[in-house]
Ligand binder design. Structure first.
Ligand code: NIG
Ligand code: FE
Length: 417
C-alpha cells in the first residue's frame, strides 16, 4: 500500500541522511521543503521533494492512496523518550495537597507519591492495567506521538515490576506506537524496606534484573538518582548490574539537587540523563563530548512549581537537548508533546526550531531510534502527522491549547483522519 501526499504547504524536518542528533547552534536549524510531496511505501518513507518533482501516477505500483494536504503542514511524529504511562488510577488528591503548599518530597515522605501509585498498581490486575494504559497510548497517538519510551517503577516488588513490564510488552505488540521499555525498579524505596535501602538495592540487583533479562522485558535501565531517593553509590551498583545484562542506562538525575546523577550517567555511557533542573558548569562539562542526551521534562517542573533547567546555557555550550513529557500520575499527568514544545518555548526560552528538534530527532536518539525515527528521511519509518491548516511551523507551539493535529500516519497507515 502506498500513500502519496500532495500539495504539502511545508514538509518539516527533512534529511538526506539520518542525523545522529542536533546540538548547540544547529538546534535552531530545521530543514523544510515548501509546496512538497511525500510518498510512503510499505510502511516506510519512499521519497519526497518539491511538487515539481512529484512522481508520475503511472510509475506507482499497486494500491495508491492520494491525500491532498493543501494548506497543511507535515511533521515527523513526536518521539517522547521519557514516560511512566503504565500506571494504575490517578493522584489528584496529592495535587490538592500540592496546591495547599506541600512539596513533592514532603508528599513522598508521608507515603504519598510513587508509593501511592505502587499501592494502586499492586491491587490492579494485569488486564486492567493494560486497559488503563491503552487509553493513554491512544490519547498520545491522537496528539502526534509516534514513538515512546515507557518505564516500570510503580511495582517495586518483583511481581509488580514484571507485571508492568509485561503490560509494556503487550502495548508494543498490540498498538502501532514504536515503544521502548525501561526497567526502573529503583524509582523509590518501598515502605517495607524503609531504613534498609541497600537491601532493596540488593533485591533489584540479585533478583529483579536477572528476571527482567530472562524474559527480555526491558531495553534500558533507569535509577531515580536524587536527594531523598537513590544515591550515586546505589546508582553505580544498579547500573553495573544492568549493563552486564545488556541494559543501557537512562537516568532520572538532578531534579531535586546537584545529585551527581548527571556525572554518574555519563560515566556509565547512559543514553540519556533526564530532568536536569540542577545543572551547573561541572554537569555541562561532564556532558560535553559524551554520547549522553540531556533530556528535559518541562511539564514536571511546571506542574510541581519547581525551578527550570538552564537550557540557554546548555545550548550555548554546544549540547543537544531532547524534550519529553514524563507522562506520569504524580508530576506530569499529560503526554501531550505539542504542549511540551510550548512549555519549552514559554518556560525554557527555546526557539520553535529548537523545540521541534528536541521533540523529534533528539528524542529519537534518546530512545536509540535516530536511524529509523525522528525525521523525514528516505527509508525511515513513515510516522508523520498532518496539521490543520496553519500559517507556519511556529504556530504549532504558539497556539498552545489548540488541537492542530488533524491526521496521524504510523508505519505508513492512517490511524486518525
Ligand atoms: O519523572 N522523578 C521521578 N519520577 C517521576 C515522578 C513519578 C511520580 O511522582 O509518580 C518523574 O517526575
Ligand atoms: Fe520520570
Amino acid at each position: 500500500m502506498q500513500i502519496l501526499i500532495l500539495n504539502i504547504k511545508k514538509l518539516v524536518q527533512v534529511e538526506d541522511k539520518p542525523l545522529v542528533w542536533r546540538a548547540g547552534k544547529d538546534m535552531a536549524k530545521v530543514n523544510s521543503i515548501d509546496n512538497a510531496f511525500l510518498l510512503i511505501d510499505n510502511g516506510l518513507i519512499a521519497s519526497f521533494g518539491p511538487m515539481a518533482n512529484v512522481p508520475e501516477f503511472s510509475s506507482l505500483s499497486g494500491d495508491v492512496l492520494i491525500y491532498n494536504a493543501h494548506g497543511r503542514i507535515v511533521f515527523p511524529s513526536f518521539c517522547d523518550s521519557h514516560t511512566h504511562l503504565v500506571y494504575a488510577g490517578s493522584r489528584e488528591i496529592e495535587y490538592i495537597n500540592k496546591i495547599k503548599g506541600l512539596s513533592y518530597e514532603e508528599i513522598a515522605k508521608r507515603g504519598g507519591g510513587i508509593l501511592n501509585s505502587a499501592r494502586f498498581l499492586a491491587q490492579t490486575s494485569e488486564d486492567e492495567l493494560y486497559e488503563q494504559s491503552l487509553t493513554r497510548v491512544n490519547e498520545i497517538i491522537s496528539k502526534g506521538t509516534g514513538a515512546v519510551e515507557i518505564k516500570s517503577g510503580y511495582g517495586l516488588t518483583i511481581e509488580s515490576e514484571l507485571k508492568m513490564l509485561r503490560v509494556i510488552r503487550r502495548l508494543k505488540e498490540t498498538t502501532p506506537l514504536t515503544i521502548k521499555a525501561t526497567f526502573l525498579g529503583a524509582h523509590a524505596v518501598p515502605a517495607e524496606y524503609k531504613g534498609r535501602q541497600s537491601d532493596y538495592v540488593d533485591l533489584i540487583i540479585n533478583e529483579m534484573i536477572p528476571m527482567v533479562a530472562a524474559e527480555d522485558l526491558a531495553d534500558y535501565i533507569d535509577v531515580f538518582c536524587d536527594r531523598g531517593f537513590f544515591t550515586v553509590e546505589d546508582t553505580e551498583r544498579i547500573l553495573m548490574a544492568g549493563i552486564k545484562y545488556g541494559l543501557r542506562p537512562k537516568l532520572h538525575a538532578n531534579e531535586l539537587d546537584y545529585s551527581g546523577g548527571i556525572q554518574v550517567g555519563v560515566k556509565y555511557n547512559a543514553l540519556s540523563v533526564d530532568h536536569l533542573e540542577y545543572t551547573g558548569d561541572a554537569e555541562i562539562e561532564a556532558l560535553l563530548g559524551s554520547e549522553t542526551m540531556p533530556t528535559l521534562l518541562p511539564s514536571a517542573a511546571f506542574f510541581l512549581g519547581m525551578i527550570d533547567p538552564p537550557v540557554r546555557r546548555m545550548i550555548e555550550a554546544g549540547l543537544p537537548i531532547a524534550l519529553a513529557s514524563d507522562f506520569n500520575p504524580g508530576s506530569s499527568p499529560s503526554g501531550d508533546m505539542k504542549f511540551i514544545m510550548s512549555l519549552g518555548c514559554i518556560k525554557l526560552r527555546m526557539l520553535p526550531e529548537e523545540v521541534i528538534n528536541a521533540a523529534t530527532i533528539n528524542g529519537a536518539y534518546a530512545m536509540g531510534l535516530s536511524e529509523t525515527h525522528g525525521s523525514i528521511c528516505k527509508g525511515k519509518v513513515a510516522n508523520v502527522f498532518i496539521t490543520k491548516p496553519i500559517p507556519s511551523i511556529e504556530y504549532l507551539p504558539y497556539a498552545y491549547t489548540s488541537d492542530l493535529i488533524e491526521t496521524v500516519i504510523l508505519n505508513g497507515k492512517i490511524i486518525k483522519n
